[in-house]
Write a protein that binds this ligand. Structure first.
Ligand code: GLP
Length: 261
């Protein structure tokens, strides 16, 4: 795990966007795992700008989103379909048939989720998975107690997630759908690279538990300690509870030095 501590959300987004740009220039058929939430919005903005500047071409890219609510239609203003269209898909040239977001209108969840997993496999697997983190340490909608080898499945959202996400539903917790389809922790762990982004004090406890705590289903993000190619890109506030801040900063400086020699 490489911990990269940056002064602001803009710096976080810039570094993540550079990683994606470099990977896309090397491999035009890049398979991206995408996240929603307020944290990655700045990243999408930079990628859109790079596309508009003709620096990036997404025409052969395939995407798989982490999750979607169950119980609201795709066109609902707070659905993750709407989020992705608004912040990314409507502004770049990813063919619509290459965009995958779990569908919330299906009856047979088991076979739907199996098909979602198969589509990921058939695409060659996710090259870069973007992740946010919940204040309780969840990734995607894998809540506390999710099996660390779980696969794509329907889940019930925790009280803390319902509370945190109420902000998008006029602060009405009862309006937040109680269930979602999410990629599993095991599914996420199969991505070739994971980039977890976090900013703000409200994420500091989740970050310290994920990075310096034990690997436990109580903090699903902690499983990333077992992932061989993960970058945790966070701002000073999200990093503020970490014990080894200075060491992580030195590691990053030295990595940059090595890369520039
Ligand atoms: C939701 C999403 C997660 C996301 C989290 C944090 O629960 N399902 O994928 O990481 O929100 O969102 P934010 O970036 O808004 O704090």
């Amino acid at each position: 795990m490489e911990i990269i501590i940056q002064p602001s959300n803009h710096h976080i987004a810039t570094i993540a966007a550079e990683s994606i740009s470099d990977a896309l220039k090397k491999n035009p058929n890049l398979v991206l795992g995408l996240a929603t939430g307020s944290t990655p919005i700045a990243l999408y903005k930079i990628l859109v700008q790079k596309y508009k500047n003709r620096e990036l071409d997404f025409s052969r890219v395939t995407t798989f989103n982490l999750d979607e609510y169950i119980g609201i239609p795709c066109h609902h203003p707070q659905s993750y379909h709407t989020f992705m269209a608004k912040h990314f898909f409507d502004h770049v040239n990813i063919p619509i048939e290459n965009q995958h977001i779990p569908q919330n209108a299906t009856g047979d969840f088991e076979s739907y989720c199996e098909k979602y997993e198969k589509k990921i496999k058939d695409s060659g697997g996710i090259d870069i998975q973007i992740l946010g983190i919940g204040t309780d340490g969840h990734i995607a909608f894998n809540e506390t107690g999710s099996s660390l080898s779980s696969r794509t499945r329907p889940v019930t959202l925790s009280e803390s997630t319902l509370k945190a996400n109420a902000i998008h539903f006029n602060s009405d917790k009862s309006a937040v759908p109680e269930m979602a389809i999410t990629m599993g922790v095991g599914t996420i762990m199969e991505a070739k690279q994971c980039i977890l982004l976090a900013s703000g004090k409200s994420k500091s406890e989740a970050i310290v538990n994920a990075v310096e705590g034990p690997i436990t289903a109580s903090v699903p993000a902690s499983v990333l300690q077992m992932h061989p190619n993960t970058f945790i890109i966070i701002d000073e506030d999200a990093a503020s509870a970490l014990k080894e801040i200075d060491y992580y900063k030195r590691c990053y400086e030295n990595r940059l030095k090595l890369l520039s020699t």
